[in-house]
Design a protein. Structure first.
Length: 196
């Protein structure tokens, strides 16, 4: 994937530094400074969304040139980005999911939210950009390693129309990685799409 996973490791280190230990009724507990944690992840998700757009442009031979958008196009693109990032999943925004885990001091769960959201934002942005640029097909690509789940391995190299969903062997479906109905197919997904 084109996402900068090294940067995500730096975010993990920063989130760990936001952990506060305290005592409650004689029991040691941890919590994470929620607002700062949410801000770190929001910045990451914005970058992932922009990387998805750049990836689709590169694949389809449309260079990113600053200053080419009209003010209206820029406003529309910004609204689409925020609608994607702040979309509610199971009734919660990414901020609500992060704050839930921050209150428990659960860095691992926060990082799982960040990784999962990054994949969804990257791929949704990439797909929307590819459609705008006239792509007609998309091909599912896994990382082709031993961490790829069986349902995604089944999709490897599957090509469908740009507006068609892919279906796993167990009946789950999505337009792009990170967009499945079953959360088990989204969490920790690292898949991407190529376009033609």
């Amino acid at each position: 994937m084109l996402l900068n996973w090294d940067r995500l490791n730096l975010i993990r280190t920063k989130i760990e530094s936001l952990t506060i230990e305290y005592e409650y009724r004689g029991e040691k507990r941890k919590r994470i400074k929620t607002r700062e944690c949410e801000d770190l992840i929001l910045e990451w998700l914005i970058d992932c969304y922009l990387m998805g757009e750049a990836d689709a442009r590169q694949q389809l031979g449309h260079p990113v040139t600053e200053g080419m958008e009209t003010e209206e196009q820029h406003r529309t693109a910004t609204e689409a980005m925020y609608a994607t990032i702040f979309r509610k999943i199971d009734g919660k925004t990414f901020e609500e999911r992060v704050s839930e885990y921050a209150g428990e001091g659960d860095v691992e769960s926060i990082m799982r939210v960040a990784e999962t959201e990054a994949t969804r934002d990257f791929n949704e942005s990439s797909l929307n950009t590819a459609k705008r640029l006239g792509a007609t097909t998309k091909t599912w690509m896994t990382m082709n390693d031993d961490r790829v789940r069986e349902t995604h391995s089944y999709l490897e190299s599957m090509t469908v129309g740009i507006d068609d969903e892919v279906y796993t062997f167990d009946g789950d479906h999505a337009m792009a990685p990170g967009g499945f109905e079953d959360a088990a197919n989204n969490v920790n997904c690292r898949c991407t799409i190529s376009y033609r």
